[in-house]
Design a protein around this ligand. Structure first.
Ligand code: ADP
Ligand code: MG
Length: 297
């Protein structure tokens, strides 16, 4: 069992941040911890990495109890905190070297993690000279130094520009092939892009825990289509399985279909038969989006 959380509650003064939270992650997979700001994500991650204690409840990482075996927990887990406190005046290698000593790992690991995280071209620089994307790589390299089985990444892609975002997502996906990755985000698209499973938290409580494959098998889909001319909603509702139509902008329509069969070809034929031109045609996962909206409304 990689991570086991049983009835964790955390109260800060008057503020209840987590309420009876339970979940399990039992194999190497990438699990997204999704929730709006203030939901309790960072609090849960700080508890799992033994930075803070829970008010109540049990948790174990790699079989080690967080309440009684903090040292072994820390050896099993690599942690990238939300606001990773990097020492800006240090050089990349100097920073990793310092942490290698703290973790008591062999110096050879430094070059290993530099290569693993694609840091090599920037590794001679000071951390202050690096872009946000490369600073996140330094944080990931640091989390990987002691070769832990479990990685806990708090909002690893927040604040990255689109190119950095793609690169860091790819890096996390490749790490997730061998290790358990538990990452938090408040952005639903990050879950779709990286995760095998999603655990949704809202106001300190778990509201969903589902595999992405299950969500994709949902019985609903939304097709977004842009025509070159106006179409009556009633006309679009004649498409097979069409459930609702929303005209979101000029000639852009969001059609919800109650089927999992890909309906884009039907929309295409419809346009052709009615002498309309299609300017764009896309499909999105209705389940995750509507679930996240409903659960956190
Ligand atoms: P998230 O990471 O999902 O945005 P957090 O775990 O940071 O949420 O916070 C959960 C709740 O606990 C929020 O309401 C936050 O204001 C509160 N909180 C977090 N840390 C502290 C603290 N040290 N003292 C008091 N309240 C806190
Ligand atoms: Mg947070």
């Amino acid at each position: 069992m990689s991570i086991k959380v049983e009835n964790i509650t955390k109260v800060y003064g008057e503020q209840k941040a987590l309420h009876n939270v339970s979940f399990e992650i039992d194999k190497p997979e990438i699990v997204g911890f999704l929730g709006p700001n203030g939901a309790g994500k960072s609090t849960m991650m700080k508890i799992l990495t033994t930075f803070i204690n829970p008010t109540k409840g049990e948790a174990a990482v790699n079989g080690h109890d967080i309440n009684t075996n903090a040292k072994l927990v820390q050896q099993s887990v690599g942690y990238l905190p939300e606001h990773n406190p990097l020492y800006l005046e240090q050089y990349v290698r100097e920073y990793l070297d310092f942490n290698a000593k703290v973790y008591k790992v062999d110096k050879s690991r430094i070059e290993d993690v530099i290569n693993l995280t694609g840091l090599a071209p920037e590794a001679h620089k000071k951390i202050s000279q690096l872009s946000k994307g490369y600073r996140q790589r330094v944080g990931l390299a640091n989390a990987l130094l002691h070769n832990p089985d479990v990685l806990i990444l708090d909002e690893p892609t927040t604040g990255l520009d689109p190119n950095q975002l793609v690169a860091i997502r790819d890096l996390i996906k490749s790490i997730g092939k061998e290790k358990t990755v538990f990452l938090s985000t408040h952005i639903m698209q990050e879950v779709e892009a990286m995760c095998d499973r999603v655990i949704i938290i809202n106001k300190g409580e778990i509201v969903a825990n589902k595999k992405l494959t299950e969500l994709r098998e949902g019985q609903e889909q939304i097709v977004i289509v842009e025509f070159d001319y106006r179409v009556e909603d009633a006309f679009l509702l004649k498409l097979p399985n069409a459930k609702s139509v929303k005209n979101t902008h000029d000639f852009i329509y969001e059609i919800t279909f109650s089927t999992k069969d890909d309906m884009r070809s039907h929309v295409f034929d419809f346009a052709h038969d009615n002498e309309l031109k299609i300017l764009q045609l896309n499909q999105k996962n209705a389940s995750l989006e509507s679930m996240f909206r409903e659960l956190t409304a």
